[in-house]
Design a protein around this ligand. Sequence first.
Ligand SMILES: *[C@@H]1O[C@H](CO)[C@@H](O)[C@H](O)[C@H]1NC(C)=O
Ligand SMILES: *[C@@H]1O[C@H](CO)[C@@H](O)[C@H](O)[C@H]1NC(C)=O
Ligand SMILES: *[C@@H]1O[C@H](CO)[C@@H](O)[C@H](O)[C@H]1NC(C)=O
Ligand SMILES: *[C@@H]1O[C@H](CO)[C@@H](O)[C@H](O)[C@H]1NC(C)=O
Length: 286
Amino acid sequence: MNGLAMVMFLWLAIVQVHGMPMYGESIEDDYIHEDSVMQTNLSGDTILEIGTKLNKPFLMLIGKTLNELQMDTRQLLTKFNIVKDHEAVLAQDVCLLHPCSEWSAWSPCDANLREQFGGQNRSRSCGFNTSLCIRFAPPKVEYETQVCQNDYICPVDYTITEHGFCIRVYHSIKEKRDNAEKMCQLDGGHLVNIDSEAKRYDINQTLARYREIDIIWIDGKKIVAGGDWEYHFAPQEPDFYLWAASEPNTPNDLCKVYDRKASGTGLWYWWDRSCLAAYNFVCQIM
Ligand SMILES: *[C@@H]1O[C@H](CO)[C@@H](O)[C@H](O)[C@H]1NC(C)=O
Ligand SMILES: *[C@@H]1O[C@H](CO)[C@@H](O)[C@H](O)[C@H]1NC(C)=O
Ligand SMILES: *[C@@H]1O[C@H](CO)[C@@H](O)[C@H](O)[C@H]1NC(C)=O
Ligand SMILES: *[C@@H]1O[C@H](CO)[C@@H](O)[C@H](O)[C@H]1NC(C)=O
């Protein structure tokens, strides 16, 4: 029984004594009116005094017990302080032994293909203040790095380009734009977004092997005439620009192609085009 429970018990005992007088006598003593009992600190001495005054051995016993309990409690408190001192010493040891936080999760692996290795890192901060450890040196961040591979898979009928893009040229099939996109999605990808100089280079190199192809569907479509171009692959280089001169210029042409003939220069450019034409297409998986 802890101190508080004991006091509750004693308080109940007093109410009990008050409510159901022992020895059949009625108690009309100032000490034991409920109000005064409630307002009196129930020290062992007080109860002992009440017990003595009323000649109640039971109350006297409780009073004495409470006095002893209060001694015990004082000893316990002292002991507790000692325990706390030990804890503090222990905490200091722990702080010296392990002055850093847990490691963060590993950062994403920066290898963009399964066949390639990349790097990733994780960090932790060391020497910061916690509720357990107070430190006076400035905290620092530690890094750990490791070699990694992604479990990303470029399927066998896809090609990995020089800069690591996983693409497939559908050179023997011509489809309307939405069907072409659907076929890419069945592969787990989308129509390629020619959205960086590196990808432009790789796609150009790849298409150079297919002399018969001079136009392909690429990522990019407007939902409504004159609307914004929307992409499945968020543009890698948002400022990359490859529209042919004065393109796009036809609000009702909702789809985007890569065309090397229309400009007359032999260079591939973006053009807007009706989605209903049937062209070859290039898919990319990321
Ligand atoms: C009860 O104890 C508290 C703190 O020890 C004290 O401030 C208060 O005056 C005491 N009350 C009575 C009725 O003795
Ligand atoms: C940790 O890895 C990320 C992602 O690969 C990279 O951007 C960052 O620069 C790396 N940080 C350090 C300190 O190596
Ligand atoms: C940790 O707390 C102590 C005391 O509050 C302070 O003096 C010290 O500069 C703090 N250390 C760090 C690393 O924040
Ligand atoms: C292909 O892209 C490269 C740059 O990445 C460019 O220099 C070249 O002219 C392009 N070729 C064609 C045919 O558009």
